[in-house]
Ligand binder design. Structure first.
Ligand code: HEC
Ligand code: HEC
Ligand code: HEC
Ligand code: HEC
Ligand code: HEC
Ligand code: HEC
Ligand code: HEC
Length: 481
């Protein structure tokens, strides 16, 4: 106000100068009071969200945002690492096609699931007087149950392990559920499919659930859980769960990082995607330079170790994979989604491997077709069936040369004679594994009668076949002099 007054005065003087003699300059007015505070500025851009935390996959997947990625993600294994018991009883724990095509009736709700004995709908064999004789009442969460196996968390938070301390010492509790394994080979010699089965798991041990860094989103481990007498840092306050999660299973934010900042301000705040680290932080076992084995098979979740020890180290996982689409049941799911009454035809999903081998190795596709034409039956064999055989075992095997998971080793070594177990994974198995596939695995998963009879005979037979007719890729096998 004061300044306005001063300016007004000076105008008056200016006017006066036009109309009469100029008088003496008056004294300066007093300084005016400070003006009012301005309005608040616009909100600043939120940070990357790590401090702001997680929002959960349901928020990311809303209709106006990422419904397409959400729909395909629900068909992958990633969401189903920790499934609340109640969701299974309600029939919402897994996608419908998993419940109807992969799981038997018994996994859904049948209370006999945990009862003693085998046969009928009873899958798990649990001694009558040991845990969990209350059936589903004794379970809080299921671990997995999508692809290879399921384990169960008790109401105290410990993983159910079972006990050998009963009248019959041979009858250890079989507390792990293994869905059926379909053997994808073909031909008269192929191994048969494996029916639904059960296995023991750390019998007589107390197994806390400390698996959350790879199986949940936003896991905060409680490293001193055994001694701190504080259940506030255990999920649901359960003593056996040594940490907390933001979301059970690998949600959107399990790969993209905490997303609250992005959800608040989607056009300004990007989510993270660290291509070099994100798959490998979970699809790894221990030392990346050692491919661990057990019982003649590569152990599961070692895809990163396998890829970086071969020439595909030049590729990222996402060089071949679409992270949002299912692989293990890619074909099953595509087939299901192709039906005429699919409610969302535009959401039709594709196999989670989006690049064919031949799009990079087109020469080998041609040479293989030339060679295979000499052997009726071999023409339909795919690149993966020789180059990514089931040399890995997570839960069950169909035979000596057929586990339940594809190896990512790809390179086939034709000069090692697999009868020496140090050269192969067969029978005794070397630990760690060699960074290549030997011929007993490359050919033996289908030519299983020869392979089971004698890997050495199989080797000689395979070498002859690979030398004949110009060799499988037009070169003949590589042999050391
Ligand atoms: C297993 C890790 C993983 C999970 C889980 C995941 N994403 Fe992604 N996402 C990726 C990767 C990797 C990319 C980069 C594109 C590529 O290479 O496919 C990506 C890309 C995207 C993109 C960019 C467009 C596109 O489709 O490529 C969107 C949007 C997206 N993700 C949303 C989501 C949402 C929503 C979820 C949860 C429903 C989710 N993602 C779950 C790994 C993941
Ligand atoms: C270093 C990361 C990591 C840790 C730690 C880990 N897992 Fe896993 N687990 C995986 C990955 C990756 C897969 C799937 C890929 C594979 O099996 O090759 C998997 C698969 C599984 C499956 C099969 C899921 C299904 O649907 O068939 C079960 C069950 C399982 N893990 C249980 C456990 C338990 C119990 C623990 C803790 C005692 C644990 N895992 C610790 C990474 C991990
Ligand atoms: C936070 C840990 C984690 C990260 C990160 C992760 N995975 Fe997984 N992945 C798992 C676990 C655990 C399973 C087993 C899920 C199950 O089957 O129940 C799994 C299963 C899978 C499967 C087999 C199941 C299916 O849906 O076909 C594929 C393929 C896969 N992951 C690919 C990827 C790729 C590619 C990336 C990186 C873009 C990635 N994963 C990142 C933990 C992770
Ligand atoms: C995106 C391109 C790309 C795709 C897709 C791809 N590869 Fe490769 N592959 C490469 C590159 C690059 C090399 C290394 C070439 C070299 O060193 O000469 C390689 C090397 C190989 C080798 C030689 C390995 C060795 O140790 O000698 C085999 C075998 C192989 N690939 C098989 C496959 C199979 C089987 C598939 C499909 C599952 C596949 N590749 C998909 C790019 C690819
Ligand atoms: C019947 C089993 C079999 C099938 C099917 C097969 N390969 Fe091979 N592949 C081999 C063997 C064995 C070698 C080792 C070298 C040799 O004997 O020629 C090899 C070697 C390779 C190599 C290394 C470079 C070279 O030419 O030797 C590449 C790359 C390759 N295969 C890619 C493929 C691709 C891509 C496909 C599918 C189009 C495929 N293979 C199908 C058995 C197979
Ligand atoms: C050269 C291409 C290629 C690369 C690179 C690659 N994958 Fe795969 N992956 C495949 C193919 C092809 C399959 C399916 C094999 C089959 O159908 O038998 C597969 C299957 C899988 C499976 C399911 C295994 C099963 O038996 O169901 C997992 C998990 C997986 N990949 C994880 C990864 C991770 C993690 C990486 C990076 C460390 C990776 N992959 C890199 C081609 C690739
Ligand atoms: C995915 C399954 C599969 C794989 C892997 C496979 N084959 Fe075959 N092969 C077949 C089928 C099916 C036939 C035709 C039926 C038969 O004769 O058993 C066949 C036939 C043959 C024949 C002609 C019949 C005979 O017994 O002499 C030869 C030679 C042969 N395969 C060599 C190989 C070699 C070498 C490898 C490994 C580098 C291999 N195959 C890997 C499925 C496979």
């Amino acid at each position: 106000m004061g300044r306005v007054f001063v300016i007004g005065l000076s105008c008056l003087f200016t006017l006066a100068s036009c109309t009469g003699d100029q008088g003496a300059q008056g004294p300066s007015g007093q300084d005016g009071a400070d003006g009012m505070d301005g309005a608040d500025g616009a909100d600043g851009i939120d940070g990357q969200g790590a401090e702001l935390g997680y929002v959960g996959s349901d928020t990311c997947g809303t209709a106006e945002c990422h419904a397409r990625q959400y729909a395909s993600w629900t068909n992958t294994g990633h969401p189903y690492k920790i499934v609340p018991k109640q969701a299974i009883l309600d029939g919402t724990g897994y996608p419908e096609w998993i419940r109807t095509q992969i799981h038997g009736e018994e996994f859904a709700v049948d209370a006999d699931f945990f009862d003693a004995g085998q046969g009928g709908a009873q899958v798990l064999s649990v001694n009558a007087n040991t845990f969990p004789n209350g059936g589903w009442d004794d379970v809080s969460y299921v671990i997995g149950g999508y692809g290879w196996k399921a384990r169960f968390i008790g109401v105290d938070g410990y993983i159910i392990t079972g006990s050998s301390n009963t009248a019959d010492p041979d009858d250890d509790d079989k507390v792990q559920y293994n869905p059926p394994l379909e053997v994808d080979a073909f031909g008269s010699a192929a191994y048969p499919d494996v029916a639904v089965s059960s296995s023991t798991y750390h019998t007589d041990e107390m197994k806390p659930y400390n698996c959350g860094s790879c199986h949940t989103t936003g896991w905060v481990p409680d490293t001193d859980a055994a001694t701190d007498n504080d259940l506030s840092d255990n999920q649901d306050g359960l003593e056996g769960i040594h940490g907390t999660w933001e979301e059970p299973g690998v949600g959107c934010e399990g790969c993209h990082g905490p997303g609250a900042g992005h959800a608040d301000n989607p056009y300004e705040v990007a989510t993270q995607w660290d291509a070099s680290a994100s798959c490998s932080s979970c699809h790894i076992r221990a030392d990346v330079y050692e491919i661990d084995t057990s019982g003649g098979f590569i152990r599961h979740h070692e895809q990163f170790e396998e890829v970086i020890q071969g020439k595909h180290a030049a590729l990222l996982c996402t060089g071949c994979h679409d992270a949002h689409e299912p692989v293990r049941y890619g074909d099953t799911y595509v087939a299901l989604d192709d039906t005429a009454d699919d409610p969302n035809p535009n959401f039709r999903n594709v196999h989670g491997v989006r690049v064919e081998c031949a799009s990079c190795h087109f020469n080998q596709e041609e040479s293989y077709a030339v060679w295979a034409a000499n052997y009726p039956g071999m023409g339909g064999v795919t690149c993966e069936q020789c180059h990514m055989p089931h040399a890995t075992k997570s839960a069950v095997k169909a035979g000596t040369f057929y586990g339940d998971t594809s190896t990512h080793l790809a390179g086939i070594n034709t000069w090692v004679d697999p009868v020496n177990p140090d050269n192969s994974l067969s029978t005794t198995g070397a630990s760690p594994a060699n960074p290549y596939i030997s011929l007993d695995w490359a050919c033996g998963s289908c030519h299983s009668d020869e392979a089971e009879a004698d890997p050495n005979t199989l080797y000689d037979w395979a070498l002859t076949a690979l030398s004949d007719n110009g060799g499988v890729h037009g070169n003949g096998p590589m042999l050391l002099p």
